[in-house]
Design a protein around this ligand. Structure first.
Ligand SMILES: Cc1cc2nc3c(=O)[nH]c(=O)nc-3n(C[C@H](O)[C@H](O)[C@H](O)COP(=O)(O)OP(=O)(O)OC[C@H]3O[C@@H](n4cnc5c(N)ncnc54)[C@H](O)[C@@H]3O)c2cc1C
Ligand SMILES: *[C@@H]1O[C@H](CO)[C@@H](O)[C@H](O)[C@H]1NC(C)=O
Ligand SMILES: *[C@@H]1O[C@H](CO)[C@@H](O)[C@H](O)[C@H]1NC(C)=O
Ligand SMILES: *[C@@H]1O[C@H](CO)[C@@H](O)[C@H](O)[C@H]1NC(C)=O
Ligand SMILES: *[C@@H]1O[C@H](CO)[C@@H](O)[C@H](O)[C@H]1NC(C)=O
Ligand SMILES: *[C@@H]1O[C@H](CO)[C@@H](O)[C@H](O)[C@H]1NC(C)=O
Length: 299
């Protein structure tokens, strides 16, 4: 497959967002004739609310915001741009927890992935069996995925610490937490994706099928297509944990101990299943108490 051609439209977005100034263009010609036109808004009150992200370093209002009701609608928009004589820029946003303007698209159309029905939990389908997995809409957030899988005594193999991030957003980055030392980041724990490519095709990809696309999209910052569904690896959820906290005064000793544990891979499974380090500045009895309260609840 000619991946570079398929991704050319989306690829140009991030390059463009590195410019500080932009020319606000009117909506591309012909867009009103599409059946998705009612889902595209130029209402300044709405576009303004998509002009920044968590980092709040840039303010770049999109030309329009697209509120798709299905993956097919996204494909319709991208196909329209791809086949147009004047293609336009498209970006996609999970919940905008990016810190450096990665979702912003000043003269283009921003796809608000949440409108694929983020609060409809029928978009999280859990399959139990010898290799359990969940098929999840990319707009879903991890806390809801965890909630749905726990009902089957299962959980995603690797989560993020903060769980109100979208599946599509973290799979476009890496997805890290205390399970990554054993299983790698979230992007190493995905079986399959549905992706809308830069030509507007909906393609299912995995390690075995359309693998170029699969590996490009995972950790690809949205530059190689729009993820609409991910098949996430699950494992049995433990009912109880033992929690051990070790305080270090020397960072070299801490990182060397951590590296030792990372290098053991799976062999400590059942003994150490979750590993994280934190740095505490100017530790006093008060800050230590606050730290413990944050992690354990006050005790
Ligand atoms: C408070 C906070 C806590 C965090 N904690 C963690 C953590 O514990 N572990 C961790 O790994 N990360 C963490 N992050 C970082 C997080 O992974 C990134 O912020 C990431 O951007 C996810 O946020 P989002 O879901 O809102 O995605 P967005 O910021 O909206 O999007 C992220 C990128 O992915 C693209 N994108 C979004 N959806 C799709 C899609 N469906 N298909 C293709 N591309 C898409 C966007 O264009 C953008 O480039 C944290 C961030 C914050 C603000
Ligand atoms: C935008 O918000 C302002 C203030 O709340 C309101 O007066 C205005 O009517 C809104 N504009 C649109 C297009 O909804
Ligand atoms: C628009 O048309 C496509 C088929 O071309 C269809 O799949 C999609 O559901 C339609 N969307 C709306 C909002 O009607
Ligand atoms: C929720 O999603 C399911 C599966 O996609 C769909 O069949 C159902 O109509 C949706 N429910 C609502 C209330 O939109
Ligand atoms: C979940 O299953 C329903 C019913 O079979 C289906 O309509 C929906 O598309 C599935 N959702 C995902 C994200 O796979
Ligand atoms: C988990 O889902 C149930 C409904 O099935 C809901 O009542 C509960 O609030 C959810 N919990 C969280 C943390 O979202």
């Amino acid at each position: 497959m000619d991946l570079s051609r398929q991704s050319s439209i989306i690829l140009s977005i991030t390059i463009l967002t590195t410019f500080a100034s932009f020319v606000k263009s009117s909506l591309p010609q012909g867009l009103q004739t599409l059946n998705i036109s009612s889902e595209i808004t130029t209402d300044p009150n709405i576009t303004a609310s998509f002009a920044t992200d968590f980092g709040n370093l840039f303010n770049r209002t999109p030309g329009a915001v697209f509120l798709p009701s299905s993956p097919n609608d996204i494909a319709t928009l991208i196909r329209f741009s791809y086949t147009s004589s004047t293609p336009f820029h498209i970006s996609q946003r999970g919940l905008g927890h990016s810190a450096y303007g990665q979702t912003l698209v000043p003269d283009g159309i921003l796809i608000d992935m949440s409108s694929l029905d983020r609060t409809n939990y029928s978009r999280i389908n859990v399959t139990n069996g010898p290799i359990p997995y969940a098929d999840v809409g990319a707009e879903q957030i991890w806390i809801d995925v965890l909630n749905a899988t726990l009902k089957h005594d299962l959980m995603p193999r690797v989560l993020t610490d903060y769980l109100s991030l979208t599946v599509g957003g973290t799979l476009s980055n890496a997805g890290l937490s205390g399970r990554a030392f054993m299983h790698g980041p979230q992007i190493s724990n995905v079986y399959e994706l549905d992706v809308i490519t830069g030509t507007g095709e909906i393609v299912t990809c995995s390690r075995e099928s359309n693998s170029d696309l699969f590996y490009a999209v995972l950790g690809g910052l949205g530059q190689f297509g729009v993820i609409t569904r991910a098949r996430i690896a699950l494992e049995p959820a433990q009912k109880r944990v033992r929690w051990l906290e070790l305080f270090y005064t020397d960072i070299k000793v801490l990182t060397s101990d951590e590296e030792k544990l990372i290098s053991t891979g799976n062999s400590l499974s059942g003994i150490i299943d979750y590993l994280e380090g934190e740095v505490l500045f100017s530790v006093t009895q008060g800050s230590l108490t606050a730290f413990k309260a944050l992690w354990h609840g006050s005790d």
